[in-house]
Ligand binder design. Sequence first.
Ligand code: FMN
Length: 214
Amino acid sequence: MELDECIRKRISVKNYLNKEVPNDIIGLVLEAASLAPSAGNLQNWKFILVKDENKKADIAEACKNQNWMNQAPAFIIVCNDEKIITSMYGDRGKLYSTQDCAIAAQNIMLKAADLGLATCWVGSFDTERIKKILEIPEDVTPEMVLTLGYSEEKPEYHDREPVTRVTFFDKWGKKTDEKSLFPLGQTAEKYFKTISKQVKKQNIWEKIKSKFKK
Ligand SMILES: Cc1cc2nc3c(=O)[nH]c(=O)nc-3n(C[C@H](O)[C@H](O)[C@H](O)COP(=O)(O)O)c2cc1C
């Protein structure tokens, strides 16, 4: 799959088909995770794959009762073995170690999308409970739980601010209306076209114009 298609297809899915994901497919996803960049190439991640129904149920409960998670046939918990990095980079290493796990998680989600699978990043959980369920050592932190399975949902578009609104040039807050910047200009145009279509549909524009004519 093209990278762009893959990025666009990755959405958070909370409805899964009752269908196992073969181990060799999960293996490809985990391999993609291990290819993520990391500070000093220290690879401070460990991945815990959970398929056991009882364990999944306990985890979903520890994720503030997000029961929808149980539909997914597998969970991947990305764990942060922080000490590997902090011993090298001190306090700054704490940030690096979380960032490393986040990139690995993104690789998991993108590779899953590439293979026709769906995921959802779950960050809301009781860390101590997850550690207990999975027997994670004291000095290792579960960073996120990723649900993995086949989607039952129709793909939806991302609900995002246009990139032109979240990008500054040269300094904080400085925007540009430079049209030649690709794909920024095109994305913004698409956004404004959608908005103006919606406005037309609702006849709002005509109402505004007639108001000004008076
Ligand atoms: C750090 C982080 C924590 C998240 N925690 C949860 C969560 O606990 N439960 C959940 O349903 N979704 C969670 N999500 C998924 C987001 O809600 C989702 O990514 C966001 O709404 C954008 O939608 P999209 O992923 O479909 O583009 C989390 C995402 C991130 C990055």
